[in-house]
Every structure is written in structure tokens, then in C-alpha cells.
Ligand binder design. Structure first.
Ligand code: ZN
Length: 406
């Protein structure tokens, strides 16, 4: 299945550049408006419209041949949309965006510079993007783009890419990662990152915030303002600290996986799971999928895996924390678990140990069964449940991530 992903990239703009872009946006919008007003309103066919309007538009506007064709397509497209959506309002075109294709736009992934056709000439513009965008753009071919002016006056180029990522290495080894609160992450190879440092820091910040809050409500005007400023700076600091930790852990994990040629499996907290029996989300799932920090962790992990050719497998999170990884038993009484906080003690085989490590082991086993569809004996043990993970592409995963409010 063909899938198109749009990557939004901020442009580095100088005042002269802004002038040139504005002129292009205005000319493009005017041309669209002209086409709309001087043609039969029922006409939505690109080819028919082109033979009717192309020459006139070229005579009256400074647009290039290719951009003129895009303007014609834009009008036809917008007309179709308003017909299918039963929009009564008359169409109008404002100077906020221009369409590009491979003839009028290109991207250099070595220098991160785009070249686009503006009104008078082809112009190179630097992209202001982070590793997430770079990771995705690097492994893909961009065919079309839209230059966009946002409400706040900044300029972006939205690059559309086809679903082509470098093939991840095939392997029969999988590292499972369990994400949690007391420990940020625990792997099936017993690597573990304590959340203590973060919790301590967070408590420290929240105490300081409380003090500042008190001060901000009293005192003179200037001291109140100073307190508010400090409050803002604090929340930024906390965020950067969390980001730093997330980068550190994910870099370590992906590097290790790349060196040892293993895949990585995590729990699927997105809405793309393919279990046939739709269970409700557990408390843990809800907490993790609504948490800004864990969202960032999964984002970092995803793009780093993509960059390093490491396969990322999402597994069904049902029962990963309750099943004993040694004997695959679940507590026979409904609602009860062998898990007790950080500790897991299986009454069936007697295994006792860290609960997150047990979870990570289960996640790894589930991830491994991706390569052996239907063959794993794990399924027999829980035949009433659909435990089979699906082979997901990186694009499914990115699509499934819903950004929680921060
Ligand atoms: Zn057991």
C-alpha cells in the first residue's frame, strides 16, 4: 500500500527572502482566483481546465509553466472538495501557500537546503529541523511539497514523502523494553534506568514552583513579574532534563541493538493494534500513552531505529506484565496477579524477580514470534487471546502516535 507522510520543516528566512516568498504567494493566490472567476464554476477536470485557461494565465501572471499547472489543479481540487462536502460558501484563495513538485522543488539531504522556484528565480533556503525530521527525510524520496505561511508569520515547507525506508536488518534476536514509572525503562537483557533521579528532580522543581507561586501572588509588581519569569524558566529546565534523559537511553539502546544485530520490541500503545478481541486499555496503557515524556521516548526510539536500520516491533501489551516469562502462567483468579509492585513471584514455577524485567522478557518473546508466525508455542498457552503481533512498518508506528497534550 502506498502511503504518503508529510514532514513539516521550518524555513530559515531573511527579510529579502520573505519579500520574495510573499510576492510568490500573492501571485499564486491571484492566479487561482483569476482561474476560478473566469471559468465555468462546474468545471473540475484538470485537463479541460488546462486547455481552457493555461495560456491566459501565462499571459497575465508571472508564474512558471509548472506552477501555472499547479494553480489550475488547486482550483479544480478545491472545487471538488467543496462539492463533496456540500460547502455553499463561494471559493476564495488567500496568499498562504504554493504547491511544488519534483520539477520545481528539490531537497539536499547532505546540507539540508531546499531549492524552490519563487517568482523570479529558483532559490535555496536552509531548513531549521531536528533529528526527527532528518531521520525520516534521509531514508525517503520526496516528490512534492507545499510552501506554507503560518498564522504567526513563519514560513514552512511541508514535504510529502512516499513510504520508503531503508530495510532494517533481519534477525532472530529481540530486545524487549518495558516502560514504567519507578524505572523509566527495563530491558530483557537486564539493563535498567531508574526514574529516581527524575522523580527527585521533579519534586524539587514542584517545590520551587509552589514557593514561587506564593511569592508571585504577593509582593510588589516588579517582584511578581520576576517570579512569573522564573516559573517559566523552571518548566523549560524540567522539560530539557527529561529530554536529555530520553536521548541518553534511546541512543544507548539503539546503538546496542545495531551493534549486536538485534531487533527492539516495545508495547504497542498506539491505536493501531490488530488484536481481534478488543480489550479495554489497562490503567498502565492509558497512563503511558497520555504521558508526554513517554511519547517523546517512543518518538526518539522510533526515529533512531529508522536511522540505524534496527527493526522496531510493537507487541500487544495485554498480559505482558502479568504473565510469568519462565512458565507462561497467569494468576488463575481473575483480577489477581503474581505481581506485587516491583516484585514478581510466580506461584506456579516459583520464579521470583523484578517485575519490569519479567515484563521486558515477555515483550521480547512476543517480538520474536513476529519472525515465526503462528509457530510459537507461546500462543497455545493463551489460545483464547490473540497474542500475535503484526509486522508493522515505521510508518504505521508514526501514524499511530498521537501526541498527548504537554
Ligand atoms: Zn512461572
Amino acid at each position: 500500500m502506498k502511503q504518503i507522510t508529510t514532514i513539516s520543516c521550518k524555513l530559515k528566512i531573511t527579510p529579502e527572502l520573505a519579500k520574495e516568498i510573499e510576492a510568490t504567494l500573492v501571485e499564486y493566490a491571484n492566479a487561482c482566483q483569476f482561474i476560478h472567476e473566469n471559468s465555468d464554476k462546474k468545471l473540475t477536470n484538470n485537463v479541460a481546465m488546462q486547455s481552457l485557461m493555461y495560456d491566459t494565465v501565462r499571459e497575465n501572471f508571472q508564474l512558471s509553466a509548472q506552477t501555472t499547472i499547479h494553480a489550475i489543479r488547486r482550483v479544480c481540487g478545491n472545487r471538488k472538495t467543496s462539492i463533496t462536502n456540500h460547502i455553499k460558501k463561494e471559493l476564495s484563495f488567500s496568499p498562504t501557500s504554493v504547491d511544488y513538485d519534483s520539477r520545481t522543488f528539490s531537497l539536499d539531504t547532505k546540507t539540508w537546503i531546499v531549492s524552490v522556484k519563487l517568482l523570479t528565480k529558483r532559490t535555496k533556503i536552509e531548513l531549521l529541523i531536528g533529528n526527527y525530521q532528518r531521520g525520516i527525510l534521509k531514508g525517503s524520496k520526496s516528490k512534492s511539497a507545499v510552501l506554507n505561511k503560518r498564522k504567526d508569520g513563519s514560513y514552512y515547507i511541508n514535504i510529502n514523502i512516499n513510504n520508503i525506508a531503508p530495510d532494517p536488518t533481519d534477525t532472530d534476536k529481540v530486545i524487549g523494553i518495558d516502560l514504567g514509572r519507578t524505572d523509566i525503562a527495563t530491558t530483557s537483557e537486564s539493563d535498567s534506568w531508574s526514574g529516581k533521579k527524575i522523580t527527585n528532580k521533579r519534586n524539587h522543581y514542584s517545590q520551587m514552583r509552589a514557593v514561587l507561586q506564593q511569592k508571585a501572588s504577593k509582593g510588589t509588581r516588579s517582584s511578581r513579574r520576576r517570579c512569573r519569569k522564573l516559573q517559566q524558566r523552571l518548566s523549560g529546565k524540567e522539560r530539557r532534563f527529561q529530554k536529555h534523559i530520553n536521548h541518553e537511553i534511546t541512543t544507548y539502546l539503539v546503538k546496542k541493538a545495531a551493534t549486536n544485530k538485534t531487533s527492539i520490541a516495545i508495547e504497542d500503545l498506539t491505536n493501531i493494534r490488530t488484536r481481534t478481541n478488543q480489550q479495554r486499555r489497562t490503567k498502565k496503557e492509558r497512563r503511558l500513552s497520555n504521558n508526554w515524556a513517554f511519547y517523546q521516548f517512543r518518538m526518539f526510539l522510533t526515529y533512531k531505529c529508522l536511522l540505524n536500520g534496527v527493526r522496531l516491533i510493537l507487541v500487544n501489551p495485554a498480559y505482558t506484565s502479568q504473565t510469568c516469562h519462565k512458565c507462561l502462567h497467569i494468576h488463575p483468579t481473575k483480577g489477581k496477579s503474581y505481581r506485587n509492585g516491583k516484585n514478581y513471584h510466580c506461584n506456579h514455577c516459583g520464579w521470583e524477580g523484578d517485575a519490569d524485567y519479567n515484563g521486558a522478557k515477555n515483550i521480547a518473546a512476543l517480538g520474536l514470534s513476529v519472525n515465526q508466525p503462528g509457530g510459537s508455542w507461546l500462543f497455545c498457552q493463551v489460545s483464547n487471546l490473540d497474542f500475535r503481533p503484526r509486522q508493522l512498518t515505521i510508518w504505521d508506528i508514526l501514524e499511530g502516535y498521537k501526541k498527548p497534550a504537554s
